[in-house]
Design a protein around this ligand. Structure first.
Ligand SMILES: Cc1ncc(C[n+]2csc(CCOP(=O)(O)OP(=O)(O)O)c2C)c(N)n1
Length: 362
């Protein structure tokens, strides 16, 4: 319905719900109003948790953090995953991971530098956060290839940014996926910047979506601040991948309203007016407008929801900072099933030193 009708070479870009909340019924994915209201609440919870993370970082209680602000609708791609599918995140997918079932507690712990935050039930089928830009593309394709070889009817959804499409690993992933026709959906959250490098300096191609065509599989460009477009395109890509139609690429046009990470000052490379202009496309605003027009929402519902998500997130923060800090030697745990020899050596050295310190402190 989407991939066959929207052609990136023709300049097509899928929008189902416009910034005023008006929906094109002919393009609407199978999401009823109740489900949309639920996702609106979850995306609001993501924004709440995201802003709190930023505050915790500023208070010195969290390490470097990569905010989601402005890109919440892209996170809802994870809501389109089937139970047996896999999610492969980059570092900006706090929301997608949470939606998939990774406890927010673990996500917060991870960003405080606590390796216990890298542990969640394997049944969720979520890979760890990938910090090296583009590396997760190959992990995703490897997973998808394994599923194909095993004859499993499941698919992989991998997130990455516009900057990642300039990395060799991502291009290798596209190529491998096309040649072996593996069940993977590449979701490029094109937020217009790779730190300070604008999209225009990233590639000479008109779109990222069209790159899929060169690798021999379908690509579509969508408005990534439109929850319905994200959900619809990702769901169709996953369904088709699972049915044996190989890889699909979704380029979601979005905008990073905040800094790249808490270590970045975006005022040095982009004008304030640009950010102000983009506020109009806020993914949460259009959902609220839609629900209001549908008669499902008023200030009362909004206030009640904000109170609910605030207490949900506050309770998580309380748990994260309660109890003793982690054992420093736990930095060696939870990444490898078996430690490589050089890390095993470092762990022994670390334990030796900690042992001494612990001895001194009785
Ligand atoms: C291989 C590699 N090179 C450089 C970096 C430093 N770095 C971190 S994020 C980033 C920009 C990535 O931009 P993009 O892929 O557009 O994703 P975004 O952060 O905008 O979501 C860079 C260069 C890194 N983490 N890994």
């Amino acid at each position: 319905m989407y991939f066959d009708r929207f052609d990136p070479l023709r300049g097509d870009c899928l929008e189902v719900m416009d910034p005023d909340g008006r929906v094109d019924a002919s393009l609407r994915p199978e999401l009823d109003d109740r489900q949309i209201a639920h996702l609106y609440e979850r995306l609001t919870a993501i924004r709440t948790a995201d802003q709190l993370a930023l505050r915790l970082q500023r208070e010195g209680r969290m390490g470097t953090y990569a905010p989601v602000l402005g890109q919440e609708a892209c996170q809802a791609g994870a809501a389109a995953l089937g139970e047996d599918d896999w999610l492969v995140p980059s570092y900006r997918e706090m929301g997608a991971m949470w939606l998939r079932g990774v406890p927010l507690e673990a996500i917060y712990r991870y960003w405080t530098g606590d390796e216990r935050g890298s542990v969640w039930p394997t049944e969720l089928r979520v890979l760890p956060v990938a910090i090296p830009v583009g590396s997760q593309g190959l992990h995703a394709v490897g997973l998808a290839w394994a599923m194909k070889l095993r004859g499993e009817a499941s698919a992989v959804l991998v997130y990455f940014g516009d900057g990642a499409t300039s990395e060799g690993e991502m291009l290798e992933a596209f190529n491998f996926a096309g040649v072996f026709q593996v069940p993977v959906v590449f979701l490029c959250c094109n937020n217009q910047y790779a730190i300070s490098v604008p999209r225009s300096a990233q590639t000479a191609a008109d779109t990222i979506a069209q790159k899929a065509l060169a690798f021999g599989f379908p690509g579509i460009q969508i408005f990534g601040n439109d929850l319905l477009a994200v959900y619809g395109a990702v769901k169709e890509g996953l369904d088709r991948a699972r049915a044996g139609h190989g890889p699909h690429l979704v380029e979601a046009l979005t905008y990073r309203l905040g800094p790249h990470t808490t270590a970045d000052d975006p005022t040095r490379y982009r004008p304030d007016e640009e950010v102000e202009r983009m506020q109009r496309y806020d993914p949460l605003l259009r959902l609220r407008r839609y629900l209001e027009v549908a008669g499902l929402w008023s200030d009362r519902e909004q206030e009640a929801m904000e109170t609910r998500v605030r207490s949900e997130v506050d309770a998580v923060v309380e748990r994260v900072y309660a109890g003793p800090p982690p054992d420093p030697a736990s930095i060696f745990d939870h990444t490898y099933a078996e430690l490589p020899p050089y890390l095993a050596l470092q762990k022994r050295q670390c334990l030796g030193r900690l042992g001494g310190d612990r001895g001194r402190h009785g």
